[in-house]
Design a protein around this ligand. Sequence first.
Ligand code: MD3
Ligand code: FE
Length: 203
Amino acid sequence: GREVLAPGALVLRGFARAQAESLVLEIGEICARAPFRHMLTPGGQHMSAAMTNCGPLGWVSDRRGYRYEAADPDSGKPWPPMPDTFLRLAADAAAEAGFSGFIPDACLVNRYEPGTRMSLHQDRDERDLTAPIVSVSLGLPAIFLFGGLHRSDRSERVALVHGDVVVWGGLSRLRFHGILPVKEGSHALLGRQRINLTFRKAA
Ligand code: MD3
Ligand code: FE
């Protein structure tokens, strides 16, 4: 089913469920080459979620700020390539939401263990803000916070479960958003973790 959250924001419930096993195998290969790490924020704190990337560009954070880079700063090597299955899933989901021709050049992989959160933020490090972001939730469920265009706007809570795909574009692209601390639990495929893939057109 599809649920419109707000103009430009569409939830495709279970859209990735049939492919979840193969996505998890691909994630295993990605993190073998570019291990999950807790990046440092410009303020000097470690991020709660562990992250890695695949694709031509990867999102990085350190004391100097946030940006996209072609190489993994931990190894100096290019990020692992984006699997075709990832590209196709992201393009198909975007097309369902009216964004045909979406070709992501970056996939940020976020790992949440119980207790991990992501505080309210905007995604604005991408060059072309007319391109949507496609997110794929795997493993443990989470409560997503969906705010407005100002940090102080009140936010809605949306439950995201294994296999859900959300397309964030148009008027929703610059909304503040975050993830509440993930509850303790165990998922049949992923155990004590939630993994979120976010597909972006960064350059
Ligand atoms: C709404 N990740 O990586 S995905 C992120 O579940 C991020 O790991 C969260 O926020 C996660 O930046 C949420 C959903 C998401 C991603 C990008 C958005 C929602 C968005 C951009 C604009 C509005
Ligand atoms: Fe975000």
